[in-house]
Design a protein around this ligand. Structure first.
Ligand code: NAD
Length: 309
């Protein structure tokens, strides 16, 4: 039997409908949640991400500001900007798009954001709260993965979960969230021995590696739930042929668009072996942006002391 596709766009739409209600309720009380997106430099992927975040906030009727300091900005200049956003009453959430240019001390900048406005959940205080299982802001991609699993009714308590990748943005926080849901969690990385055998024990396998179609049939236990976080772009026919067993339709996409998106999981293997999996595109990606919106609305409720925040 072919695996169920966990449709991230559908789950995003469900959450968006809930958030629209929450925004309407806040506006009735005179509160318009506000998001400031800070984009430093001209990284094309960052530009696309920030555009989609600003668009999402407009769709929900939030107040949004896109701020684009020069790519030559110093750490001190960015600290000054963050201080002024911390003071700005219209702003509930501050998003610093990563990566920052190499001359900037990213950790200092992230740790200067008021933790109450840290809607990306990257401030050390929020990371500490996440580890301790205390209320705070949870990084958006891991929070989105939990929404997919819970709304798809995938059993978590007692399940064996394997996370491949140990980044601060995805791997570590998603492992913590799964642990708090009472899964038995293993975190794997580039030095893990016999990775396919470890992965094959997973009821829930999360791949956050950044390597095209790295997770193949030998990593997947039959019936497992596979969450593919990776976003990788294939740009040559050879790459497409190496990744896909049946490349015809992908080669057409390559000819039309100049690239083919693929996750960290070989999608044909996931489809034939897993019980359920997130596609790329259309799986985890749509959740990341909507969870940023959810965090911003939560920040507005908490900061402006609206009941239920
Ligand atoms: P990262 O580069 O910070 O971390 C990658 C991790 O993979 C590292 O911890 C490393 O140990 C591990 N790794 C690398 N090579 C490995 C190997 N051969 N075997 C086992 N582990 C290995 O990346 P990240 O920021 O966590 O992102 C991972 C992927 O997820 C990227 O493709 C990124 O574009 C994507 N991503 C997607 C979203 C989304 O919204 N869908 C959000 C964030 C990141």
């Amino acid at each position: 039997m072919l695996a169920t596709i966990l449709d991230g766009n559908k789950i995003r739409d469900e959450i968006q409908a809930e958030l629209l209600q929450q925004v309407a309720d806040l506006k009735r009380r005179g509160v318009t949640p506000g998001l400031a997106a800070v984009l430093v430099g001209d990284n094309p992927a960052s530009q696309i991400y920030v555009r989609s975040k600003v668009q999402a906030s407009e769709t929900l009727g939030l107040y949004s500001q896109k701020i684009e300091p020069s790519k030559n900005s110093t750490t001190e200049e960015l600290l000054g900007l963050v201080h002024s956003l911390n003071q700005d009453e219209r702003i509930d959430g501050i998003l610093i798009q990563l990566p920052l240019p190499p001359q900037v001390d990213s950790r200092r900048v992230l740790n200067t954001v008021d933790p109450a406005k840290d809607v990306d959940g990257f401030h050390s205080v929020n990371l500490g709260n996440l580890v301790a299982g205390r209320p705070g802001f949870v990084p958006c991609t891991p929070a989105g993965i939990l929404e997919i699993l819970k709304r798809s009714k995938i059993p978590l308590s007692g399940a064996r979960a394997v996370v491949i990748g140990r980044s601060d943005i995805v791997g570590k926080p998603v492992a913590m969230l799964l642990l708090h849901e009472h899964a038995t969690v293993t975190i794997c990385h580039s030095r893990t021995r016999d990775l396919p055998a470890v992965a094959r024990q997973a009821d829930i396998l999360v791949a956050a590696i950044g390597k095209a179609a790295f997770v193949t049939a030998e990593f997947i236990k039959p019936g497992a739930t596979v969450i593919d976080v990776g976003i990788n772009r294939l740009t040559t026919q050879e790459e497409v042929r190496n990744v896909f067993h049946d490349p015809a339709s992908r080669l057409e996409t390559l000819a039309k668009r100049g690239s083919v998106l693929v996750g960290d999981v070989q999608p044909e293997d996931a489809r034939s072996i897993a019980g359920a999996f997130t596609p790329v595109p259309g799986g985890v990606g749509p959740l990341t942006v909507i969870m940023l919106m959810s965090n911003t609305i939560k920040a507005a409720r908490q900061r402006r002391a609206v009941a239920g925040g």
